[in-house]
Design a protein around this ligand. Sequence first.
Ligand code: GLU
Length: 424
Amino acid sequence: MLHMNSSEQGGTSMLKVTLEVMHRAADRLGLDQSIRNVISKPQRILSVAVPVRMDDGSVKVFDGYRVQHSLARGPAKGGIRFHPEVTMDEVVALAMNMTWKCAVVDIPYGGAKGGVVVDPRQLSVGELERLTRRFTSEISIIIGPEKDIPAPDVNTNPQIMAWVMDTYSMHMGYSVPSVVTGKPIEIGGSLGRVDATGRGCVYTIVELAKRIGLKLEGATAAVQGFGNVGSHAALILQEMGCRVIAVSDVHGALYNEKGLDCRAIKEVAARTGSILDYQGEAEQIPREQALEVPVDILVPAALENQIHAGNARRIRAKIVAEGANGPTTNEADEILRNQGTIIIPDILANAGGVTVSYFEWVQGLQSLSWTAKQVAAELERRMATSFNQVYDRAEREEVDLRTAAYLIAIERVAQAIKLRGIYP
Ligand code: GLU
């Protein structure tokens, strides 16, 4: 059987999905063909082979990429993912997504992404550290606080960012905290960065709920993916009074009509690596069903292309807030919209992470630190402003929120390209 990775589910690559949405929005804007030519391609792709001495003495070589899609609005910005199904096309699509994401929340960055083809769960801590350090060394020729600033993404975390920071600093001969965001607090990380993507996602849901008159108190929610984005989104939705009735991770799904105890599930998952080890009140259901339970709010917070033509008709959520990057294929997007579902697109719904990354970078450059309250307040202000700009644009032009978000983002990037001009 042909093996397809998650970004190629049903024959749809994430790059194809991303480009289609971009061209649709560009058509609507009547975008200048020269600008369209520029934004259709990533500016730089660095492909690296990463040799790692394994614990048994052998050397394995892992493929890795760092893609900078655009530097028009500022230094490139975007996470690094470690996943066995990473492909160059996927990293290109994710880098493009970062360009639009940074533009839609109006932070002064272009878009980038990195990826290493590896299953980090198969590595010892020592092997993971050596892989991270050598990958950082390989991409060090294009990253830097004014050039391109990595951050966590799928299967990477603050400890891994600490190794990135240390490796780059060793090359330079002095500490360079602002080369990477999502670092541990002790070495220049920002308060509120760990839960920022989940929190930002909930802030967009809060704003949408206000606009459509949905009461969050007592509303039901389901969350697919219980990693850094999903677990925090679930907890914060619960704090807002929502009843989270289904959650899933790679191992399976839990369901309780009366509402799950997400904090207890998170504690168990952090300890054992699986939500299924939770012994409290919950029924185990097949993993895919977490997407299909009838709820007010669905947060897909796992990988791309999880909502596709094959399951979209079974999704009965009123709101889909895309915590993951690219969780919905274009066919599914259309099916959901025809069913009356409102989708808060990834480039807006999950922009809270990169927004607090920006705060971390700013704090690092100024060598000062903000309080947790300051971070949360500024995040809320920026997410609410961006959401309402997108919602107003969608109403004005009678388009969906994804199209409206792309219209705003592409306009901002196009304006930067025009003002700067083409060198030479
Ligand atoms: N990986 C996250 C994203 O996809 C965060 C990127 C960042 O903070 O630079 O938005």
